[in-house]
Each structure stands twice: as structure tokens, then as C-alpha cells.
Ligand binder design. Structure first.
Ligand code: NDP
Length: 336
């Protein structure tokens, strides 16, 4: 085996649907899985050809045949699991949001740095050919000075995921922690700029329970003055996704791009007319794992680092605060 040997912390849907395949596509494997429930751990291991099933985090982290862990439990559990993994010397790929508070997320990044392990946040959308092409086009000056961005990320939460996300505030449910964090990371990546403040309103369209929002609209001001509008929801069955950046010399219009699949298109509109950007689609999570593996080998950084996860969480926390208070809210980007 040429890739990393992964321990899965969390018998999750995302690991089953995307990440185990991504580890294997990179020459690695998932060699152990931990669940809070023994029966579930065993069943999940059997279903996905994983040799070891356990309910004991220390047992998983003590295994010499594990190089890295992938943490995809519910969000309130990430913090302690990252701390334990880093202490055990395992590299960490952690799901978003990294934690429920900024202080915790910063401490997680500091812990991984101090222990000398690679830490990444699984923000897959940076790996999309669409977003990479948009970033390149902006850097090449093809739209002039970027002035506005718009993110359309209102989707329908599929029935098999209608659990803790819409029921459990204590698990970090709600659309802002689930989707707005991805918008924030993708905006930072495409624009190569940092968000400064946000205004937002949240809504409950029938899915969110226990006070959890299932829709949000807001505007983020970036440090260069650009305004970015975002719209996220769990409740819209027929909306399409998109990402646009409008500059003084051109516009980039991407459609079908806020997705886990390697698809979508980007149109550049300018005085020269309309030009579809050439896209080299690759599976998003496969690319993410490839860059993580390279980082473990000392070649470059993961596509989204722990620090990137802190910043996207900071946008989410400020968005919730802005929606609660009705006030423009500063985004804390102090380094962890
Ligand atoms: P799941 O609900 O599938 O899994 C979360 C936890 O719920 C698991 O760790 C598991 O606990 C428990 N669980 C899952 N299925 C069952 C079941 N059938 N019966 C009982 N318990 C169950 O969550 P997701 O995979 O959707 O999300 C996990 C994490 O990944 C979250 O942090 C989320 O934000 C993130 N995520 C990221 C995505 C991305 O693209 N980056 C996409 C989707 C999710 P146990 O392990 O104890 O068995």
C-alpha cells in the first residue's frame, strides 16, 4: 500500500459515501472504524471491508498500523477527538465545522501544530475544478477588480440526513454550521481575500427544530471592499446551486458547482463575449486526500488547513450572531 492507513473516528454517512473510496483511490485504506455503538461499528466495518471495529478511541489511536485519522462524528465531538488524535501522534483530517466555538477550534489547531501532526479541514469545494478555475481567472485579471460575489447554496437535505442537523443544537446542527461554513471557505479561496464583517437573517421553513435555522441569507464584506451575498437552506427541493463573481471588467458565472460531485460549469462574460472556462474535473474528495497525503510526506499543504477551518467557523459564528442581534458583526480572524 502506498497511501495512508486511516482510522475512521465516526461511522458516518460522509465516510461511507465519499471518504473511504477517496482513501482507497489514493492507494491508502480505512483500516479501523470507531463508533459509540459496538453493533454499529461491527456492521459498518463489515459493510465497508474495514478490518477493525471498536468503540474505544484509545484503542484506535494506539494502533501502530494507523497513520492518520478522519474525524466525521457529530460536530460537538470533534474537539476532544482531535486533541486525543494529535496527542497520539496521528495526522488529522477533521470535518467541518471544526468545533462549536472559535476558542476550541483555535486550540485544536494549536494542539496539532505543537504535536507536529498535519491537520486539515475537509472543505471539499476548494478542490472543485469550477472554483479553481474561477480563482485562476481572477488572479489573471480576467474580470478586472472583483466587486461582488453571490453564492447560491440552498439545497434539500436528503431524508437520510434529516437527523441531528435539524434536531440537535448541542451537536452543532443548523444550516449555518452545515453549509455557510463551506460558502465562507469557498469565498476565501476563490477571492483570495479575508472576510471582515457580516449581516444576516436566518429562517425556519419547516425542517429545523429546537430553534435551529434551516435557511439563511446574508452579506459578507471582504477586506478589499467586495460584498459577497450568500443563500443557504435545507428546504429547497428545486433550487440550483451557483457561485458568481462580478468585477469591473467581467463576470464569472458558475452553475451546479456547490456540490460534492465533480461537475458544474463556469462562464466568463466580458467585452470579448462569453467564454466557457476549460475545466478539468476530478473527484473533490480524492483530490483533497491526495493533497493531505502529500502534506504528510512534506510536500505542500492540505487543500484546506486547520487554520482555514478556524476562519470558516468564525464566519459561521459571526453570521449566527448577526442574525440574532440584527447588527453588522465583525469576523474574528486572529491567528490560532
Ligand atoms: P452522520 O449522521 O451520518 O454521522 C454522524 C454520527 O451519527 C456518526 O458518527 C454515527 O455515530 C451516528 N450515526 C450515523 N448514522 C447512524 C445510524 N444509522 N444510526 C445511528 N447512528 C448513526 O453524519 P454525516 O456523515 O452527514 O456528517 C458527519 C460529519 O461530517 C459532520 O461533522 C458533518 O458536518 C460533516 N460533513 C461534511 C461534509 C463535507 O462535504 N465536508 C458532507 C457531509 C457531512 P457513531 O460514529 O458513534 O456510530
Amino acid at each position: 500500500m502506498t497511501g495512508l492507513r486511516w482510522g475512521l473516528i465516526g461511522a458516518s454517512t460522509i465516510a461511507a459515501e465519499h471518504m473511504i473510496d477517496a482513501f482507497r483511490a489514493n492507494g491508502g485504506d480505512a483500516v479501523a472504524v470507531m463508533s459509540a455503538n459496538a453493533g454499529r461499528a461491527a456492521q459498518y466495518a463489515a459493510q465497508h471491508d474495514i478490518v477493525k471495529a471498536t468503540t474505544d478511541l484509545d484503542e484506535l489511536l494506539g494502533a501502530k498500523n494507523i497513520d492518520a485519522v478522519y474525524i466525521s462524528t457529530t460536530n460537538e465531538l470533534h474537539r476532544d477527538q482531535v486533541f486525543a488524535a494529535a496527542k497520539a501522534g496521528k495526522h488529522v483530517l477533521c470535518e467541518k465545522p471544526l468545533a462549536l466555538t472559535l476558542e476550541d477550534a483555535k486550540a485544536m489547531v494549536a494542539q496539532c501544530r505543537n504535536r507536529g501532526v498535519v491537520m486539515a479541514t475537509n472543505h471539499h469545494l476548494r478542490n472543485a475544478a469550477t472554483h479553481r478555475a474561477m480563482r485562476d481567472a481572477i488572479k489573471a485579471g480576467r474580470i478586472g477588480k472583483p466587486l461582488f460575489a453571490r453564492v447560491f447554496h440552498a439545497v434539500y437535505l436528503p431524508p437520510h440526513l434529516q437527523g441531528w442537523r435539524i434536531e440537535r443544537p448541542a451537536a452543532g446542527g443548523g444550516v449555518v454550521f452545515d453549509i455557510t461554513v463551506h460558502d465562507a471557505d469557498t469565498l476565501r479561496f476563490v477571492l483570495d481575500d479575508e472576510p471582515q464583517s457580516v449581516v444576516a437573517m436566518t429562517s425556519q421553513g419547516g425542517m429545523g427544530q429546537a430553534g435551529l435555522e434551516d435557511g439563511v441569507m446574508g452579506v459578507i464584506r471582504f477586506s478589499n471592499g467586495l460584498l459577497a451575498q450568500f443563500h443557504d437552506a435545507f428546504t429547497t427541493k428545486y433550487a440550483t446551486t451557483g457561485f458568481e463573481v462580478h468585477g469591473d471588467q467581467g463576470s464569472l458565472v458558475a452553475r451546479d458547482c456547490m456540490t460534492q460531485q465533480p461537475k458544474g460549469e463556469v462562464l466568463l462574460r466580458s467585452a470579448a463575449g462569453e467564454e466557457p472556462l476549460k475545466l478539468d474535473h476530478e473527484k473533490l474528495y480524492v483530490r483533497s486526500v491526495r493533497l493531505f497525503q502529500a502534506a504528510v510526506d512534506g510536500r505542500g499543504a492540505p487543500s484546506a488547513t486547520g487554520e482555514d477551518g478556524v476562519k470558516s467557523l468564525s464566519v459561521a459564528i459571526s453570521t449566527l450572531e448577526a442574525a440574532r442581534s440584527g447588527a453588522t458583526t465583525a469576523i474574528d480572524l486572529a491567528a490560532p
